[in-house]
Design a protein. Structure first.
Lengths: 307, 283
């Protein structure tokens, strides 16, 4: 690579001149074309399929049926709307707990202490672990009869819980798993934000007699606000996309009562467990529009708080 | 006001001691919460199923490697490990080739809109692209080969690398490149010979994270891999398919996929943290 460029410098071939003059696009275009091919085309195809009755074999012929899928999906209070509710509950619930815990742990780790290297490595472990393996690990711990979770509760005289096996407890249990795995991410981001702060405002507030809570709420927190919002966006987006731990622990349809069936699990199941590609595409397009809407709302918030 | 300052000094010292103890306890608690489940998984992978069912054998038991023998014996796990490694490495390498020059251009020319387009890839849920990909790849009759796996994993790696490298190039001063151009290098020559060698830490950060995310990916391989190209997360998932769960074997399989990544993380901690927090402090 570098030798050809070297020769090009000496001879200044017309190609080299052209490439250097248009380097902005020469360098950026390959990646952008790749992403466009992998996103734009599939999204267009999904949009098309959402208006068809594609189902069964992938090569089977299908007909365009207009908005029929959309009417079916939007009036489906049995599977679709509960899935929307679960997705919102999971995303918002997990994200809020992760932000609060993440902020508390980041403050705890902020100032140097002995053994901070070890604690920071430990915090990294859940983050890099394979989500499917994490799901299996917690599946054993939450096993109602042999799991450690119920044994732990029994030490405090609390009766055993069904955890993943319960219709009402499965989704909160999986939120707990998500929180366990991803709170460290929030901690790392907020720590980076906290460490970049100058000590002076905090010192000034201390001299003025502000207590720890006042210094945090009126000085530190507003200063890390931009980082905090970045973390909210990152975690919100990732929680919204959660699929691995749900499908790995509860399988097809999100359990026998669809108790953990979020939009991701629902759309995946429609496509690959039931081969209803048309209907699944409709679910995906609606999901996609919902995501765009949420991001739009959040970025408006971010701009407003930044100004 | 003066009074409060006067009494604050001794009170703070006292509170300091109490706070130190409280902080130490909380730190141990935090470390325990994040470490204990992993330790539990590793312990269970060395237990017989009888010991797993026996709560008195939680910590004191005779370790056995039987579970690992089951995992490596019954299924073609060596092949799965290779598949995971090969797909993650190739997807990372190809993504680097595309994303590093693009990140450089987007950083130097401040191409905000183009960057947003690529970063959109981080927002879109994987399922929404899986259906059309499956259509295309099965019509090309390549589902089950490495090609769709690598391409789909690149879809995760490329935006990630682009994001990390953009914030790396943003922090790299332009003076050296300008100097190199004064000395007779073309702009692209300056990028290849001056900027790239200086970017090794950034590229290392991006590569490690891209490898980890690709190694951990489940959904794409679940649909696009075949019996011989199956990756480890899918292999673990298939482990549960049978009537009753072999907990010892399942935990051994989970350890086989998780521990390599955790060991990598131990040695490259700095890079991982800098990659995960890249651009976050800019707001």
């Amino acid at each position: 690579m570098s030798t050809t460029t070297g020769r090009a410098v000496r001879t200044q071939s017309s190609f080299s001149l052209w490439a250097n003059r248009n380097r902005k696009w020469v360098l950026a275009a390959p990646a952008m074309v790749f992403v466009a091919l992998l996103i734009a085309f599939p999204l267009g195809w999904t949009l098309y399929l959402s208006f068809t009755d594609a189902a069964g074999s992938i090569r089977a012929p299908h007909d365009i049926i207009g908005f029929e899928n959309y009417i079916d999906v939007l009036s489906d209070t049995d599977r679709f709307w509960p899935a929307v509710g679960r997705t919102a509950f999971f995303t918002i619930g997990a994200m809020v707990v992760e932000m609060v815990l993440g902020m508390l742990i980041a403050l705890l780790l902020w100032r140097p202490f002995r053994g901070q290297g070890i604690v920071r490595v430990i915090i990294l472990l859940p983050l890099v672990a394979t989500p499917v393996a994490v799901g299996m690990m917690w599946r054993l711990i939450f096993e109602p009869t042999i799991g450690f979770a119920n044994q732990f509760l029994s030490w405090f005289g609390i009766p055993p819980q069904p955890w993943l096996a319960g219709e009402a407890t499965a989704l909160p249990t999986l939120m707990f798993v998500d929180i366990w795995q991803w709170t460290p991410m929030v901690v790392l981001i907020l720590l980076a934000g906290l460490t970049s702060l100058s000590d002076e405002p905090d010192e000034a507030a201390r001299v003025d007699g502000a207590n720890a809570w006042q210094r945090f709420w009126h000085v530190t927190f507003p200063l890390v606000m931009p980082t905090f919002i970045t973390a909210v966006l990152l975690r919100g987006i990732d929680a919204l996309k959660t699929f691995d731990i749900l499908y790995a622990t509860k399988g097809k349809g999100g359990g026998s009562f669809h108790e953990v069936e979020t939009l991701n699990v629902y759309a995946y199941g429609l496509s690959f467990d039931y081969q209803k590609y048309g209907e699944s595409s409709t679910v995906l397009i609606i999901f996609f529009l919902m995501i765009i809407g949420c991001i739009w709302l959040l970025t408006i918030r971010k701009k407003r708080s930044a100004s | 006001m003066t009074a409060s300052i006067a009494i604050q000094a001794p009170r703070r010292r006292q509170k300091g001691r109490g706070y130190k103890a409280f902080r130490a306890i909380m730190l141990v608690l935090v470390a325990l919460v994040f470490l204990a489940p992993v330790v539990w998984m590793v312990l269970a992978s060395f237990k017989t199923n009888v010991d797993i069912y026996n709560s008195e054998a939680a910590f004191i038991f005779t370790p056995t490697t039987k579970n690992y023998e089951t995992v490596f014996g019954q299924a073609d796990y060596v092949q799965y490990i290779w598949n995971s490694f090969f797909v993650a490495a190739l997807a990372t390498l190809l993504s680097l080739l595309l994303a590093v020059p693009a990140a450089y251009a987007m950083s130097r020319f401040v191409m905000k809109k183009s960057a947003v387009l690529v970063l959109l890839a981080r927002v879109i849920p994987g399922v929404s692209l899986l259906v059309p990909w499956y259509f295309v790849f099965s019509n090309l009759r390549i589902v089950g080969t490495y090609t769709p796996l690598v391409l789909s994993h690149m879809f995760v790696s490329l935006p990630l690398i682009l994001y990390i490298m953009m914030s790396f190039f943003d922090s790299l001063p332009e003076e050296l490149e300008e100097q190199a151009q004064v000395d007779g290098l073309t702009p692209i020559g300056a990028f290849l010979r001056i900027t790239l060698p200086l970017s090794v830490p950034g590229i290392a950060t991006a590569s490690i994270l891209s490898f980890i995310f690709s190694w951990n990916n489940f959904m794409f391989a679940l649909v696009l891999s075949g019996a011989s190209t199956k990756t480890l997360p899918v292999a673990i998932f298939d482990f549960v398919g049978y009537a009753s769960i072999d907990w010892g074997g399942l935990m051994a399989a989970a350890v086989v996929v998780t521990i390599p990544i955790m060991v990598i993380a131990l040695f490259t901690q700095k890079y991982i943290v800098s990659g995960l927090t890249a651009g976050a402090t800019k707001g």
